[in-house]
Design a protein around this ligand. Sequence first.
Ligand SMILES: C[S@@+](CC[C@H](N)C(=O)[O-])C[C@H]1O[C@@H](n2cnc3c(N)ncnc32)[C@H](O)[C@@H]1O
Length: 291
Amino acid sequence: MTGSDRSTQKPIRAGRSPAPFLKWAGGKNALLEQYQPFFPERAKTYYEPFVGGGAVFFHLRSRDFADRYCLSDINEELINVYRVVRDRVDDLITLLKRHQQEHNREYYYRIRAMDRQPGWPERDPVERAARMIYLNKTGYNGLWRVNSRGHFNVPMGRYRNPAILDEPRLRAASDALAGVEIAVKDFRAIAGEAGADDFVYFDPPYVPLSATSDFTGYHANGFGSEEQRALAEVYRRLSAKGCRVMLSNSDTPFVRELYAGFRIETVQARRAINSKASRRGLISEVVVLNY
Ligand SMILES: C[S@@+](CC[C@H](N)C(=O)[O-])C[C@H]1O[C@@H](n2cnc3c(N)ncnc32)[C@H](O)[C@@H]1O
């Protein structure tokens, strides 16, 4: 632990609004304004079980939305980064400075290959976190993708001057994360945890836009129709317990069928609708609310 106590919440300092410090596919920063009217006033505990880049968490945390915050995700490297940003931000900044100084093509591939070395998972969490942030800022499109053996395999991106270290942003995030519970968890665990007076925000991997109501495909991230159905079941269970639940997903007949009976609102998102970044358009996404 460095400097101050990281086990209790800290007030958010004026002029230092926390914001995501990673690029993350499906990041919700650009939708916050449209989401704002849907958020409840307050909650006892805030749960975000697909935390990703954490845009909604940072937004609500800076408004002192809840007494307690619980973030989780299935991605262990990602959760390690959140814990290190919370508990060891000074050490992390030191290592990121080194990555920033050394960055070049050869260095990128050397750092990328570290997860192929024996004993990698037991390495210092700060070293792992610095590597993830470095690869996130310098890799192609900020993608986080691993092969079947769990090895990160994204090629280097073409950035002239990648911002590997953004110290004020990391420090603001670290303050916002003080006292926050952070865990590696499958989303199903939340069904037994949240209850009345709590608020859960679900931002799962989206149903592909082409999917019909009988889509069975498992796409690369392993989140297919079975997971979507299981998630809708968790949603209904939480709703029955009196918990307030909000969920984002793509606007497809399958999603509308899964959440039939709940309030379904739409927002307009700017998304890459095909693989070329130049073909970005506004598409409708749903927000499912049980209140
Ligand atoms: C769409 S992203 C979340 C985006 C995020 N809310 C943001 O603003 O950047 C989906 C996340 O779900 C996680 N995920 C995938 N399958 C999961 C599972 N079974 N349980 C929990 N998290 C999962 C992924 O690791 C990924 O971080």
